[in-house]
Ligand binder design. Structure first.
Ligand SMILES: *Cc1c(COP(=O)(O)O)cnc(C)c1O
Length: 416
C-alpha cells in the first residue's frame, strides 16, 4: 500500500485473518462509524465513501430516515414468519409494484439478499419451463450471485470452476442481438439479463439490446428477467434501468440499494409470470420481515421525497466531469449510467489506484484490473464531488508517479 507503514500490523487485521473464513482477501480498513457520504476508521481518519458498500448505501450512512424507521420498527415488531403478514411488508410490496410499474397484477417475493432474489427468479423460470422448456439463457460476464443456483446463472467460468457440477440447463451468450436471435427457440424458459454489468466493470449492453430482447423472448414465449440488483433503486437515474429502454419485463430482481444496508432482496413479477408460484414452491424464514421491509420502505420513500433518482442522473454527469477534470493520463473514459460509474484506466493498475485513494481518504473499488467502480450515495452534492475530484486526482497522480518510477527501475512499484 502506497506510503503506508507496514511494520506494525494492526491487531484487527490479525483477528480478521485468524477468525474469518478465507473467502476474501485482506480487509483494507476497520470502519467504526459513518455519516452521509463519509466513513471513519478505528484511528479516527475520515474517508469519502464513493463505493457506498457496493451500490447499497443509497441515502448515505446513518441517514435520519433510515435510523428512525429501524429504531421505530425494532421497538414495534421485527419478525413473525411468513405464516403471517405485517403492515410494512404489504406497504413495501405495493410501493415496489408502483415504482416498477407492474400495474395491479404485479407480485412481490421477499428474500434477504440479491442472490436469494435471483434464486427465486431461477425457480420462477423452472416453473415456467414445464417439461418442454429446459433451456435458460444468460449473458457471458454477467453476475447474478454466489449461491449454487445463481452461480450457475453467472457467466464467469473461473468463478464456476471450483464448484462444478453446476445446476444444469443454463447457456451463456455474447451480449449481442444476433447471438440472442441465433440461440432462441421455443424450448427456452427464460433469458436473464444484467442491464449494466457492474461486477464485470460497469459494462453497458449494446444500444437497443433490451428492446430487442423483449421482442425476441415474447415471440418465443420465454420470460425476460432483468437483474436490477445493482442498477435499481434510482442509481442509474431511473428507478430501474429497464425503464430507460421503455420495456416491460416479466420479472426483475432487486436488493442492494433498496435497503441502504438492511439485508433485503425481492423478486418483482409483471403480468402472468406472477401466477407461476403456488403454495409450497418457495419461501424464506426471514424474507420480508417487518424490520427489513419497514426500513426498505422508508429508504424508497426518502429517495422519492428528496428527488434522488433525478439527483443520480445530474450528479452522475458531474462525477464524470470531475473524473475528466483530474486531467490524468491514466483515465481513458467513463462507462455506466447515473451514479453507477466505471472509470476505464489505460493500464491494469486499478488495485493500485484503490490503495492510493484510500491513503488519500477516498473509498473506491476495482471492478477489474483496469476499471475503478464508483457507486456513491445518491445524496451526494457539490461538496462531495469537489472533494472526490481532489482526492481521486491525487490518487491517480500517486499511481502515475509510481508508473514513471517503474519505467526507470527494474522492481515493479505498482503491484497492489
Ligand atoms: C450484488 C449482485 C448480486 C448478488 O447480490 P448479493 O446480495 O450479494 O447476494 C446479484 N446480481 C447483481 C447484478 C449484483 O450486483
Amino acid at each position: 500500500m502506497t506510503g503506508a507503514s507496514t511494520t506494525d500490523k494492526p491487531s484487527w487485521k490479525d483477528a480478521a485473518s485468524r477468525d474469518l473464513v478465507l473467502n476474501s482477501g485482506d480487509r483494507y480498513a476497520l470502519f467504526v462509524r459513518g455519516e452521509g457520504a463519509y466513513l471513519w476508521d478505528d484511528e479516527g481518519r475520515r474517508y469519502l465513501d464513493f463505493l457506498g458498500g457496493i451500490a447499497v448505501v443509497s441515502l448515505g450512512h446513518a441517514h435520519p430516515a433510515f435510523v428512525e424507521a429501524a429504531a421505530t420498527q425494532a421497538a414495534t415488531l421485527t419478525h413473525v414468519s411468513n405464516y403471517f403478514a405485517t403492515p410494512p411488508q404489504l406497504a413495501l410490496a405495493a410501493q415496489l409494484k408502483r415504482l416498477a410499474g407492474t400495474g395491479p397484477e404485479g407480485r412481490v417475493y421477499f428474500g434477504n439478499s440479491g442472490a436469494e432474489a435471483n434464486e427465486a427468479a431461477f425457480k420462477l423460470a423452472r416453473l415456467h419451463a414445464g417439461a418442454d422448456r429446459p433451456r435458460i439463457l444468460a449473458l457471458k460476464d454477467a453476475f447474478h450471485g454466489r449461491t449454487m443456483g445463481t452461480l450457475a446463472l453467472t457467466g464467469k467460468p473461473y468463478m464456476q470452476a471450483p464448484f462444478e457440477p453446476m445446476v444444469p440447463g443454463v447457456e451463456f451468450l455474447d451480449s449481442t442481438v444476433e447471438a440472442l436471435e441465433a440461440a432462441m427457440d421455443d424450448r427456452v424458459a427464460a433469458l436473464f439479463v444484467e442491464p449494466i454489468k457492474g461486477e464485470a466493470g460497469v459494462i453497458e449492453l449494446p444500444e437497443g439490446y433490451l428492446a430487442a430482447a423483449r421482442e425476441i423472448t415474447a415471440r418465443h414465449g420465454a420470460l425476460l428477467i432483468v437483474d436490477e440488483i445493482q442498477t435499481g433503486a434510482g442509481r442509474t437515474g431511473a428507478w430501474f434501468a429497464f425503464q430507460h429502454a421503455g420495456i416491460t419485463p416479466d420479472a426483475i430482481t432487486v436488493a442492494k440499494g433498496i435497503g441502504n444496508g438492511i439485508p433485503i432482496g425481492a423478486l418483482i413479477t409483471f403480468g402472468a409470470a406472477g401466477e407461476l408460484f403456488y403454495p409450497g414452491t418457495h419461501g424464506s424464514t426471514f424474507g420480508g420481515n417487518a424490520l427489513a421491509t419497514a426500513v426498505s420502505s422508508a429508504v424508497l420513500s426518502e429517495i422519492e421525497r428528496a428527488g434522488l433518482v433525478e439527483n443520480a442522473a445530474v450528479r452522475g454527469a458531474q462525477v464524470r466531469e470531475a473524473v475528466t477534470a483530474t486531467g490524468s493520463d491514466l483515465v481513458e473514459g467513463c462507462r455506466g449510467q447515473g451514479l453507477l460509474v466505471g472509470v476505464a484506466l489505460r493500464h491494469p493498475v486499478a488495485k493500485a489506484v484503490v490503495a492510493a485513494a484510500q491513503e488519500h481518504g477516498l473509498i473506491v473499488n476495482a471492478a477489474n484490473d483496469s476499471t475503478i467502480r464508483l457507486a456513491p450515495p445518491l445524496t451526494i452534492g457539490d461538496v462531495e464531488i469537489d472533494e472526490f475530484q481532489d482526492l481521486f486526482g491525487k490518487a491517480l497522480r500517486t499511481v502515475e508517479d509510481a508508473l514513471l518510477l517503474d519505467e526507470n527501475h527494474p522492481t515493479p512499484e505498482v503491484s497492489a
